[in-house]
Ligand binder design. Structure first.
Ligand SMILES: Nc1ncnc2c1ncn2[C@@H]1O[C@H](COP(=O)(O)OP(=O)(O)OP(=O)(O)O)[C@@H](O)[C@H]1O
Ligand SMILES: [Mg+2]
Length: 247
């Protein structure tokens, strides 16, 4: 296959990408390379355009200019469905399951891109990874805890067997213990070969499991570097990590 990507090469390449809504570009002139098999965390203030950037990768908003390559192929003109079929899975910010349907029904929906014969295998795969879901198949999704719902939503996207997983604020509203679990899950997904691009307000927790950190401000790239360098940058410590520059 021509678009096979070895670990260490770029799976996703932004080149001067601008994207937004209606007549308004929100993300402007954004360039970055996301290495295959890496975890990248995006941080930045509210309204910086972090969710807009992930939606631009998933194909859920308007492209204003620049290019976006996935596995070496330009995808900026493809629909959200085509991008999902090519291996881009997106878990949006906030709850996104069907709360009045059972866990089993949600998992059946999550497998909608799979051939009928593959649905059971896709469900078995995510239940093997997250046994909690198997124990709660008959429970209404809306009655799961916040952490369990986050696992369900991630599982629904994993059923499509993505190569790139986009996660928007997966730890939002979770207890510290559940946040740790989400970060452990993300790290284990990467061990399984997935590339992960995650937006997080828990900057410290997310950067600790990441290879690369991206800081966005006012719709633009402010900084991209190794996660270790982003964590120890004095400006970032003061703005996002609750420290003083001297820490
Ligand atoms: N569907 C939309 N239509 C029009 N404008 C939007 C839409 N979604 C977001 N915006 C605008 O885009 C800007 C960036 O929003 P975005 O949600 O990308 O920020 P964010 O960095 O994810 O913030 P937060 O940390 O609060 O989630 C904001 O000014 C917002 O009002
Ligand atoms: Mg957001």
């Amino acid at each position: 296959m021509t678009d096979d990507v070895a670990r260490g090469s770029a799976l996703l390449e932004f080149d001067a990408l601008s994207a937004g809504y209606g007549d308004n570009p929100i993300v402007r002139d954004f360039s970055a390379r996301i290495e295959a098999g890496s975890i990248t965390t995006i941080i930045g203030p509210n309204g910086a355009g972090k969710s807009t950037l992930l939606k631009a990768v998933a194909g859920l908003n308007r492209h204003f200019g620049g290019s976006l390559r996935f596995g070496g192929t330009a995808i900026e003109q493809l629909s959200a469905r085509e991008r999902l079929q090519r291996g881009i899975g997106f878990v949006p910010q906030g709850r996104c399951n069907f709360p009045l349907m059972t866990v089993r029904e949600n998992l059946e929906l999550g497998a909608f891109t799979r051939k009928r014969a593959d649905v059971a295998r896709a469900m078995d795969g995510v239940i093997a990874r997250f046994p909690m879901l198997g124990a709660k198949l008959k429970v209404l999704a809306g009655n799961l805890s916040g952490g369990e719902q986050q696992v369900l939503e991630t599982a629904m996207v994993l059923e499509a067997e993505p190569r790139l997983l986009l996660l928007d604020e997966p730890s939002l509203g979770l207890s510290p213990g559940n946040q740790d679990q989400i970060f452990e899950t993300i790290a284990s997904l990467r061990s399984g070969g997935l590339t992960v691009l995650v937006v997080e307000q828990n900057a410290h927790g997310a950067l600790q499991i990441s290879d690369t950190g991206i800081v966005m401000e006012l719709g633009r790239l402010f900084m991209i570097d190794s996660a270790a360098k982003v964590i120890s940058d004095p400006r970032i410590k003061v703005a996002y990590l609750g420290g003083s520059a001297a820490d």
